[in-house]
Design a protein around this ligand. Structure first.
Ligand code: PLP
Length: 359
């Protein structure tokens, strides 16, 4: 029996996608082979990667002057790749530190140039998105970096910073494809695939073409955006199977009605959980107001032993991976695209029952 999996990542995939992958496991179309066994230079695979890119472009409405790159190394490699490739003019960058990932990105970039923390929410365990004052942004920065959705703390930027001519770079690992975004507002968007796109092993980068320039001298070949852009993500072996599953996930998203529709479903799921948390006498959300994430919802009882009891009872009932990140404690429900509405409904029912029984 399958459980309701609230893991922050790697995370739940749509059941329809898993079934399709299962159907095609031994023999993909007429190829007589699994996608796992195929040469990445074969005609069949060429079609798989091209159609995944085309569908991503359609669903995210990616403008012509942006390249889509299918890389490896996780979002964490982008923490270095972004500064190595973009910190080339004034060797300066602005960072907003809204969580552990944003901080890691900032620290890594400090190795390659002069980085500045424009704002931080570390004073309150990253439980909010700080107000940003555009007049404090460095107009000479080579880029401005944000982590759009903070997976561990459950916050999301309610609006984008106005960075003017300075390219906005966003880590969208845990919110990509959850709702429409205006790609043209960004210089670079990057995301590890294992939250909302595909299995772990693929990193998607969407980059405005004019930003693919000459990187810093020390940049390894594999860390140059130009290497991958010039070779259509085929400089070396790409994460073939992950890209295939991404294609299936995108077909599933397209059949649902794309990102407008996905957003409605995600808002419905998040509202069900937040509404209950806001009305419960036992549980409460750790994030308030317009900083709340649609994808990751941390909550606590205020009593560590009761939290533990809840997590154990939930796991036994088939609601798994609800334990909060060690830096926040309590619980966290990650309700990515592939978590069905029924999964959140069932979780809320379970929480109500637990509250009654443990009041
Ligand atoms: C998971 C996550 C990362 C780390 O991704 P890896 O692919 O494991 O390197 C970075 N940023 C955010 C926002 C994440 O959620």
């Amino acid at each position: 029996m399958r459980v309701y999996n609230f893991s922050a990542g790697p995370s739940v995939l749509p059941e329809a996608v898993l079934k399709r992958a299962q159907d095609e496991m031994l023999c993909y179309k007429n190829s007589g082979q699994s996608v796992m066994e195929m040469s990445h230079r074969s005609k069949e695979y060429g079609e798989i990667i091209a159609s995944a890119e085309a569908l991503l472009r359609k669903i995210m409405n990616i403008p012509e002057n942006y390249k889509v790159l299918f890389l490896q190394g996780g979002a964490s490699s982008q923490f270095a790749m972004v500064p190595l490739n973009l910190m080339t003019k004034n060797k300066k960058a602005d960072y907003v530190v809204t969580g552990a990932w944003a901080k890691k990105a900032y620290k890594e970039a400090c190795r390659y140039g002069e980085c500045r923390v424009v704002a931080s929410s570390e004073d309150k365990t990253f439980s909010y998105i700080p107000e940003l004052d555009a007049s404090t942004f460095d107009k000479d920065a080579d880029f401005f970096h944000i982590c759009m959705n903070n997976t561990i703390y459950g916050t999301k930027f309610p609006r984008l910073p106005e960075t003017g001519d300075v390219p906005l770079v966003a880590d969208m690992s845990s919110c990509i494809l959850s709702e429409p975004v205006d790609v043209s507002k960004f210089g670079v968007i990057y995301a590890g695939a294992q939250k909302n796109m595909a299995p772990a092993g693929l990193t998607v980068v969407i980059i405005r073409e004019d930003l693919i320039g000459e990187p810093q001298d020390i940049t390894p070949t594999m860390f140059r955006y130009s290497t991958h852009a010039e070779n259509d993500s085929m400089f070396n072996t790409p994460p073939c199977y992950c890209i295939y599953v991404l294609g299936l996930v995108l077909e599933w998203l397209d059949s649902l009605g794309g990102l407008e529709e996905m957003k409605k479903i995600n808002e419905k799921k998040a509202a069900m959980l937040y509404d209950y948390l806001d009305s419960s006498a036992m549980f409460s959300a750790t994030v308030q107001g317009d900083s709340r994430s649609l994808m990751n919802i941390p909550f606590v009882t205020g009593d560590a032993d009761l939290d533990k009891k809840f997590i154990a009872a939930a796991t036994a009932a088939g609601f798994v991976n609800l334990k909060g990140h060690r830096s926040v404690g309590g619980m966290r429900a990650s309700i990515y695209n592939a978590m069905p509405v029924e999964g959140v409904e069932a979780l809320v029912e379970f929480m109500k029952k637990f509250e009654k029984e443990n009041a």
